[in-house]
Design a protein around this ligand. Structure first.
Ligand SMILES: Nc1c(C(=O)O)ncn1[C@@H]1O[C@H](COP(=O)(O)O)[C@@H](O)[C@H]1O
Length: 165
């Protein structure tokens, strides 16, 4: 689901981040949350970032999920130009296994917050769940879907391990 009037903007520094960030998109889709996915790089497309971040609230977005790897300046720079909540996803880099991405995103100076997730797929899924939880504060139907999603997750955990699972 990619809407023009979406609640969540999923932005990422490169096409190569999509393999990770698609998990955020899939999680939002499963919860019935509208989103738009965009490639925006602070380094390679600075004007695109400026235009997006300064206009994100007026465009109707409520939350930004930003994934980037390596020198991952995208989430912090987006946060510096929008009052919307920004959740950062450190993409797993080849050279340093995402530790560079994590430290780049998490160490923001006081005054410009980025909610930093775990490295990789877990972070992308959790960014989507956190975004949904925030949106659910004002949306009882979404809150119900989120509860159901969690209940299903609990139900999917077997009590005993299997050899062939
Ligand atoms: N960290 C950033 C930013 C940014 O922070 O603006 N723009 C691209 N990148 C990252 O560079 C990595 C390699 O990108 P390529 O695969 O395109 O070479 C990606 O993980 C991307 O997020």
């Amino acid at each position: 689901m990619t809407d023009t009037q979406a609640d969540v903007a999923i932005i990422m520094g490169s096409q190569s981040d999509w393999a990770t960030m698609r998990h955020a998109a899939e999680t939002l889709a499963a919860l019935g949350v509208s989103y738009k996915s965009l490639i925006i790089s602070a380094h390679r497309t600075p004007q695109r970032l400026y235009d997006f971040a300064t206009g994100a609230k007026a465009a109707g977005y409520k939350i930004v999920v930003a994934g980037a790897g390596g020198a991952a300046h995208l989430p912090g720079m987006a946060a510096s130009m929008t009052p919307l909540p920004v959740f950062g996803v450190p993409v797993e880099s080849k050279a340093l296994s995402g530790q560079d991405s994590l430290l780049s995103i998490v160490q923001m100076p006081a005054g410009v917050p980025v909610g930093t997730m775990a490295i990789g797929k877990a972070g992308a899924v959790n960014a989507a769940l956190l975004a949904a939880a925030v949106l659910a504060l004002d949306d009882a139907e979404l809150a119900g879907r989120l509860d159901a999603w969690r209940a299903q997750q609990t139900q999917n955990v077997a009590l005993e391990p299997k050899d062939d699972a």
